[in-house]
Ligand binder design. Structure first.
Ligand code: KIV
Length: 294
């Protein structure tokens, strides 16, 4: 079935719990969600889900499920492209996969990550690369890592008309300096996280990801900011929650982080399907007459 045909079959997202016809999840609108809709939902006190996506087919499934915001995360490095970390991801890879996710969706706001090395030089480099993702891939917003250190980049992008999602706490592009550990546990780093959150908001970001932060601190940040917070390993008090989709559907091999929840076991489903196909080929029971042309 084509992506368009699949969309036509289920144009309206499923009814959600909020009851509002404008709700980000479960609302009636089928037009593309914007950052203004995110701000309005935050005013209404809605919680909302975000998932990563790296290809058109998967993105179309999540769009039909009513997921209002999708992140073409640089987690594509580990989860899609076979790298150890997010660090090697390039602008070309980000532009190509972001364009695929945009093509696969009709309703979700698509946010693309600025990969490592594409904005650290300064605001002008950030603007050049963010502009490419908006013009070439058609995304509605970009995300970049860092609080105070990325303030000027965020400010120039927002002033130039590009909505920005911030990302503070654990910032995986800094893995070589930071490691993968919970941030904000000491008084000093908690204060830094609060400064980072305010800095991202003051620069004009429309939302901020809080990654691997103690739940109490994430709750304080959420109370302090007027923009929505999006938690991953940050407890239940954030405005929104994001998961890396390959973790969420059980595709990721090996150990998955404790903060993730596996809602399906696609690794087993795909493996079982592959084995059944192989067994039938080897046993001569595939293809059958109904799969055969004369
Ligand atoms: O790249 C990514 O998937 C992310 C999420 C973990 C928020 O940045």
């Amino acid at each position: 079935m084509s992506l368009q045909a699949a969309h036509d079959q289920s144009a309206t997202p499923p009814a959600g719990p909020s009851g509002s016809s404008k709700a980000l999840y479960g609302g009636k609108s089928t037009r593309r969600i914007t950052v203004h809709d995110i701000a309005a939902a935050t005013e209404r006190g809605e919680k909302w889900p975000m998932l990563t996506a790296y290809d058109a087919m998967t993105a179309s499934v999540f769009d039909e499920a009513g997921i209002p915001v999708m992140l073409v995360g640089d987690s594509m490095g580990n989860c899609h492209l076979g790298y150890e970390t997010t660090v090697p991801v390039t602008m070309d890879q980000m532009a190509m996969l972001s364009a695929a996710v945009v093509r696969g969706t009709e309703r979700a706001l698509i946010v693309a990550d600025l990969p490592f090395g594409s904005y650290q030089e300064g605001p002008v480099q950030a603007l050049r690369n963010a502009t490419r993702l908006v013009k070439e891939a058609g995304v509605g917003a970009v995300k970049l890592e860092g609080g105070e250190r990325s303030h000027e980049q965020i400010r120039l992008l927002v002033e130039s008309g590009i909505p920005v999602m911030g990302h503070i706490g654990l910032t995986p592009q800094s893995v070589h300096a930071m490691g993968y550990r919970v941030q904000g546990r000491s008084e000093e780093s908690a204060q830094q996280l609060l400064r980072d959150a305010k800095s991202v908001q003051d620069a004009g970001a429309f939302a901020v990801v809080l990654e691997l932060v103690p739940a109490e601190l994430a709750a304080e940040v959420t109370r302090t900011l007027h923009i929505p917070t999006i938690g991953i390993g940050a407890g239940p008090a954030t405005t929104a929650q994001v998961l890396v989709y390959t973790d969420m559907v059980g595709l990721t091999g090996g150990k998955v982080p404790r903060f993730t929840k596996q809602y399906a076991n696609l690794r087993k489903v795909l493996g079982d399907a592959a084995k059944e196909f192989a067994d039938e080929v080897v046993g001569g029971t595939f293809p059958q007459p109904e799969h055969t042309f004369h």
